[in-house]
Design a protein around this ligand. Sequence first.
Ligand code: ZN
Length: 449
Amino acid sequence: MKNLNQILTGEIDRCLKDLFPITRSITGPGNRKTLKILQEIAPLQIKEYPSGTQVYDWIIPDEWRVKDAWIKSSKGEKLVDFRQCNIHLVGYSEPVHKKIMFEELKGNLHTHPELENAIPYRTSYYKRDWGFCTTHAQYKALAEECDPLEVYIDSEFNSKGSLTIGELLIQGESDQEVLISTYICHPSLANDNLSGAVMTTFLARELLKHEKPKLSYRIIWVPETIGAIAYCAMNEETMKNISTGLVVTTVGGPGKFGYKESYNTDHPINTVIENIFKKEEIDYINYPFDVHGSDERQYSSQGFRINIASITKDKYYEYPYYHTSLDNLDFVRPEYIVETLYLHIKVLKNLSSIVIICNNNKSSPVYKSNYPNCEVMLSKHNLYPKIGGGQLPKFGTYTELDLILWLLFLCDGKSTIEHISKILKVKKVELEKVALKLEKKELIERRVF
Ligand code: ZN
């Protein structure tokens, strides 16, 4: 007879296999289908936010649908085929049908810089563009074609469409809510972040099994960034009253456990997680808070300041298969997700037994962000690289983009540039240059004291 653990592992395995092939993005039918399948496990509500809605500095984009995409040789042979693997197509590609030479096509092709057999995952959400991602062998085969190649993308954008999210509220004895958020916008990529969406759903089912919990839980399944921003905008008052939570991401890899601290390291959520790792004698990697990362970027922004941590198993950015076709169901195993699920249950149980005190740790100001609610849409202000998905932040030495993100995060009208320069260990003069650029674009304003 199977024990409970084996049954759970089997259920998670089936769920992963059902969901893995679906083409998800920040909007579209794949997200609805994914949430419908998850509804069979936990009673989440599906909500739609219309395209074109202004949410802080962002606008909910047109809904994207794709039916087919391929590149054919002059002999009619499909050299790249979206139906074989959905990450062959750059996410949010516009429709295309034309015959072009390789020399012209190559500007729209992406390969992985190191992994020859991997198809990289790339997106172009906010700049209309198109492209294909290939292995090195496929790229070579395309390059060897002397005749024109036929490029076909059957996609469409619907301005009357919407962005789809899932939501489940579990009422506890106290109205104080803990936020649990995961993202559903990645197509066939297993650890980042199908593992997170699946684990969150089984976590919701577990939380519902038990008697009324002490704290209340707000569990949401949103497309990363724009979905989290839209959710904050649509539920602003509620979200501003939440003090802590977890972003569930990359929880199913074979590697080490890790945890990303919340922005205020004094917040009890950090101690709770550390104590559980110690009690379970689990060796883990500690990741300090950083302005890069997942949706804690929105939830911890100045207007909300929710202390969000993440428990990971092969954290995003860190494993070699990150954002490639090799992040598949050979890499992610249901047994790993069960392990991380139990850790999350323990964290939530312990969190509810302590009093949550919000300590915002504020000090003295110079600049104040004009966009305190969620992130600024950097591309709109010409401050962001064109193609998304491929950037890895540099640590140690900061890029200008890093400093822009840090300044937007830290300029809360309280912290002096001097104080920020000490935190970041960056020369004051370098920070002042970037601050000036942001001030000219009216993203931050100088405060007089
Ligand atoms: Zn990702």
